[in-house]
Design a binder for this molecule. Structure first.
Ligand code: HEM
Length: 149
């Protein structure tokens, strides 16, 4: 029982870290694109790669601990979280991570052409989807533990 609570706490902390990091990447990207210089955009793209050194392990920890906590449970709130994770994971690994590398590579060479903005748009949309799904998972996690109604 005690280890369940420890894993649950670690899960929630990793969840908040993941959510805040993606929120930071998303808002700093939008801000730099709208108001910043090319240098600023390139700096944001570079920093996102460094941030992923924390984000990727945090996401793995969220998924690993979440599935472990869930076990064979059948709570619909938690089943919904699992389904969302089936979108969050591939969306992150197949779209957001490659996009971050590609955008950083173009930005570091000053190549702000069609390819950059096309992939940037995809990244903004995919990032917003993951943020929304992670927010819903946070809400349903807190509901499942009775912290919010
Ligand atoms: C993807 C982002 C996720 C976030 C941000 C998140 C967040 C949270 C939070 C904040 C809690 C409440 C912890 C507490 O009150 O002590 C929680 C609990 C929980 N989460 Fe997640 N979670 C995520 C993904 C998942 C996944 C993928 C699963 C499993 C399939 C999962 C399964 C659980 C379980 C089983 C609990 C404990 C419920 C209980 O004890 O009644 N979570 N989560």
């Amino acid at each position: 029982m005690k280890s369940y609570l420890i894993i649950r706490r670690a899960h929630a902390i990793a969840g908040v870290i993941g959510f805040v990091l993606i929120l930071t990447f998303w808002t700093s990207t939008a801000w730099a694109e709208l108001f910043g210089t090319y240098e600023m955009i390139a700096a944001v793209k570079q920093n996102i790669l460094w941030g992923m050194v924390i984000l990727v392990p945090a996401m793995a920890a969220i998924g690993g601990s979440g599935f472990r906590l869930m076990g064979k449970g059948r709570d619909p709130l938690l089943l919904a979280k699992k389904q969302r994770m089936m979108i969050i994971g591939p969306n992150g690994l197949l779209i957001l991570v490659p996009a971050a590398f590609y955008l950083n590579s173009l930005a570091s060479q000053g190549l702000f052409g069609f390819s950059f903005y096309a992939v940037q748009m995809i990244e903004i949309v995919a990032g917003a989807i993951n943020l929304t799904l992670m927010g819903l998972n946070m809400r349903d996690g807190l509901r499942a533990t009775g912290r919010i109604p």
